[in-house]
Design a protein around this ligand. Structure first.
Ligand SMILES: Cc1cc2nc3c(=O)[nH]c(=O)nc-3n(C[C@H](O)[C@H](O)[C@H](O)COP(=O)(O)OP(=O)(O)OC[C@H]3O[C@@H](n4cnc5c(N)ncnc54)[C@H](O)[C@@H]3O)c2cc1C
Length: 405
């Protein structure tokens, strides 16, 4: 049985590994030509992600990244407002990508190869690629991300919805931080909670994957409200006046926009976090979206990972969810000879789970929204904004099937 996977990022790679373990032949097609880059983004690991890596025989130990034992909330004057013991292993997008990609034989992975169309019938699905090639397969997995063209065709109404705030991201080498900042922030999971904003920062491995003190990096995500028709529009407009509504490439962000973000960091954040942002070399931002798909199965085509659901990053579940989707898909396909029936079973299991994760992450992020529209939003915002609630709930897994607020 042959599966074609559209998208060769983490979701596509998880699907490829899970299906190969069940005896499928897979071809992953990734439209980007160069090796994918995570721009230094950190990833919080959860037990489901570690289990998935172990299942492929990949390391799921301390070689993945940096262990932290405690969470801290810093106040505007740099003092500690609160702390909580939460042991966690923190890795990096590029580390996970490298592990999963090198464990997949090269003949299964095609770069610079875009899926541009497909047709299906009872016998097979025929997939068209950008180079003109056509492939017949039993299954097409759409792991083509938030802007999935496959989802757009199958579910034209399921559009990403802007959440009302953006995430500024970046990282800094441990060695360039001043000694007092280094001592305060390493090796903790740090929060800074200015009104209607949130910064989450934590250590990850350094350039050569080193986790030795002095050679690590500190990675941050700083959420700031940006009204869709005012501040966001300005952030997404480049120096030539071109507007990039679906996300501006980092090199096109105007220097004055970056300077304003650094200035705001000095105005509203603790001195430690402001220094981290002042010294970050790769400051960039991403608008935050919610995306929900009412269906995941369409005959021989399945949606997976961010193509299916995108939750705001506050639970840190995106990568674990993609791994869980892939494992549920492979299990469903092992249980029946009919691909279409198996995909229905996959949808029954994963669609409610995706809906639940999106709802929980939306509740956690409500207090950053530029505008709170309803009483329910205002109540949620109040409920999830105290330092204790933020430390307890952020970047924590939610257990499948168990109710969350
Ligand atoms: C600010 C922020 C912080 C985050 N932090 C975390 C975290 O701490 N922990 C966590 O688990 N998750 C986090 N996430 C989410 C996580 O990055 C994603 O959920 C995860 O990477 C799954 O992505 P994916 O592979 O499904 O999609 P993507 O990574 O978007 O990949 C889709 C791929 O498909 C390719 N593609 C698109 N169209 C086609 C086509 N037609 N043909 C071929 N290829 C195509 C694209 O080039 C791309 O490589 C965060 C996200 C954001 C925005």
């Amino acid at each position: 049985m042959k599966a074609v996977i559209a998208g060769g990022s983490l979701g596509g790679l998880f699907a490829a590994h899970m299906l190969r373990r069940r005896g499928w032949t897979v071809e992953v097609h990734e439209r980007v030509e160069q090796a994918l880059q995570g721009r230094g983004a950190g990833i919080v690991t959860h037990p489901a992600l570690l289990e998935a890596l172990r299942a492929f025989g990949l390391p799921a130990d301390d070689s993945l990244g940096v262990r932290v034992a405690e969470r801290l909330v810093l106040a505007r004057d740099g003092s500690v407002r609160g702390h909580r013991e939460v042991p966690q292993l923190l890795t990096a997008w590029s580390r996970l990508f490298h592990l999963l990609r090198t464990a997949l034989p090269d003949e299964c992975y095609r770069s610079a190869s875009e899926v541009v169309g497909f047709e299906q019938d009872d016998e097979c699905v025929r997939i068209r690629l950008s180079n003109g090639r056509e492939i017949e397969a039993a299954l097409l997995v759409a792991a083509d991300g938030l802007r999935s063209a496959i989802r757009k065709r199958l579910l034209p109404g399921a559009e990403p919805r802007y959440a009302g705030y953006v995430a500024w991201r970046g990282m800094v080498d441990e060695a360039v931080l001043s000694a007092p900042v280094r001592e305060r922030v390493f090796p903790h999971f740090v929060f800074d909670l200015p009104p209607h904003e949130q910064l989450v920062a934590y250590p990850i491995a350094g350039a050569d994957n080193s986790v030795e003190p002095g050679r690590r990096r500190f990675n941050f995500v700083w959420y700031r409200p940006a009204d869709e028709h005012g501040a966001l529009r300005d952030l997404l407009t480049d120096a030539e006046g071109r507007h990039w509504p679906e996300g501006i490439p980092p090199p096109r962000v105007r220097p004055e926009v970056l300077a304003a973000a650094r200035h705001a960091a000095a105005e509203v954040l603790s001195p430690q976090c402001a220094e981290v942002i002042a010294k970050a070399t790769n400051l960039f931002f991403q608008p935050i979206f919610d995306l929900e798909s009412p269906r995941l199965a369409f005959g021989r085509v399945a949606l997976l990972g961010d193509a299916a659901f995108v939750a705001r990053p506050h639970c840190g579940m995106g990568v674990s969810k993609a791994a869980d989707d892939a494992s549920a898909l492979a299990e469903a396909l092992a249980g029946t000879a009919s691909v279409a029936e198996a995909l229905q079973a996959y949808e029954r299991r994963r669609q409610p789970e995706g809906t639940r994760i999106v709802a929980h992450a939306r509740a956690l992020g409500t207090y950053m929204q530029a505008q709170l529209r309803t009483d329910e939003e205002r109540a949620m915002a109040e409920r999830h904004r105290s330092p204790e609630a933020v430390m307890r709930e952020t970047a924590m897994p939610i257990t499948p099937g168990v109710a969350v607020d």
